[in-house]
Design a protein around this ligand. Sequence first.
Ligand code: PQQ
Length: 229
Amino acid sequence: MTAVAPEEFVGELRALAPRYWDSHPFHLRMHAGELCKDELRLWAANRWYYQRCIAQKDAAILSNCPLPDVRRQWRDRIVWHDGTRPGEGGAENWIRLAEAVGLSREEVLDERHVLPGVRFAVDAYVNFARTRPWVVAVASGLTEMFSGALMRKRLAALREQYPWIAEEGFAYFTHRIQAVSGEGQATVDIVVEHSVTREQQLEAIAALSFKCDVLRALLDTVDYYAGKS
Ligand SMILES: O=C(O)c1cc(C(=O)O)c2c(n1)C(=O)C(=O)c1cc(C(=O)O)[nH]c1-2
């Protein structure tokens, strides 16, 4: 099988957009202002588990990647999430969002609200990055092609529909929206450059599809338990 041209390959990756979680019923209810405080709290506490595992996922990619040029770029992601000192970084900003919706730092960090299905889905993502070739693991992060638009929509909806959430709580999104525009393109460039054969291209497409399943599984679980506690 011969590899398709880069534009066609990127088109195939983008064609997975309908599988992305932006159209998940839980997100639609969030954007419509239909979630109660407890449901937003459940979401924030469970998304925390995703946020805290992303740096480990990225470290797994780093450890499997033999190319200094790629590693140099990729390590910035770990710094972005962890910050350079305690009290900074994306993960910390997620905790501030959780606090703004009414959770204590302690109950976020001890993961008492993290649901089994969420843990399984996120752990599968980290294990994927640990065990698959580094470029395939990088491709699984290509949901970033779709996340900028979703985060902009979410930020506007949260400000408008849930005015009781203090503005400090939104630092995660305001920072992430900026980061993702650059990172999203950089990820596409790495995947295109290093997926040379058709088999590698197909593996990258399958990886993105897997990641869409991870995100959907996470939100299916939250949606199932929302309003039940
Ligand atoms: O809020 C969102 O909808 C959303 C989605 C995604 C994504 O599509 O994977 C990420 C993020 N946020 C995010 O904040 C983030 O740091 C992030 C890292 C990754 C990744 O796979 O490496 N995805 C995402």
